[in-house]
Design a protein around this ligand. Sequence first.
Ligand code: SAM
Length: 237
Amino acid sequence: MSSPMSADTDTSGHNPDGTRRLYGRAKGKALSAYQARMMAEKLPQVRVPDAPADPLSGIAGYDAQWLEIGFGGGEHLVHMAKTYPDAGLIGIEPFENGVAKVLACMDRENIVNISLHHGDARPVMARMADQSFDKIFVLFPDPWPKVRHFKRRIIDAEFLRDVHRLLKPGGKFRFASDIISYVDWTLIRVMDDGGFAFSPASKDDWRKPYADWPGTRYEAKAFREGRECHYFEFTKI
Ligand SMILES: C[S@@+](CC[C@H](N)C(=O)[O-])C[C@H]1O[C@@H](n2cnc3c(N)ncnc32)[C@H](O)[C@@H]1O
């Protein structure tokens, strides 16, 4: 999957409705016939329901509820769903090819513990109830490395307030990035939020991937291009 961050047609950084514009291209190469069929037939069966229905209704019966924001090609989402069949996962991604890829995987491998939203995470998060999730994952969010694009970074004070609100007490927020300025950016905002604890098991804990980490396509690209990756897990206090 090529990164949608290269699209840069809008200089205001905002959508017509005034919300911050966070991502560029939402479509990549043409879907295969099978993927197109999955989008038309399977997505309606597994999608996060529209308001006024409870967005978590598709994963309500599971022992734990997890949310992945910006799952890209879905490597982590699918891996976690298969590794933890007792957890129900919501995956949110605006990039059509990523959604189609996960749907095809769910279909081929009979994965039933994932609900998908094709679009922006923020409006869906806004209508989720407090204390909905045990874990929230934001893994290698679009880096927007240029200073004039920082406003497009998904992590900001409002987003972190929502992450905090949506976590159950003691819930975990995982954030990973290969862009050091984004790591600093996030650590400052997490500290400012004041609602999260960071208790690394060792002094360089954040240099090591999570124990249940499968690797993602974006992480592999970062390694290929010589960037170090950083993996944080914060606990809601
Ligand atoms: C750099 S990619 C990383 C993908 C994946 N997590 C990985 O590690 O390979 C960032 C992803 O975040 C998605 N994204 C950007 N803005 C988003 C938003 N507002 N809501 C949900 N996902 C978003 C992008 O479409 C993209 O797929």
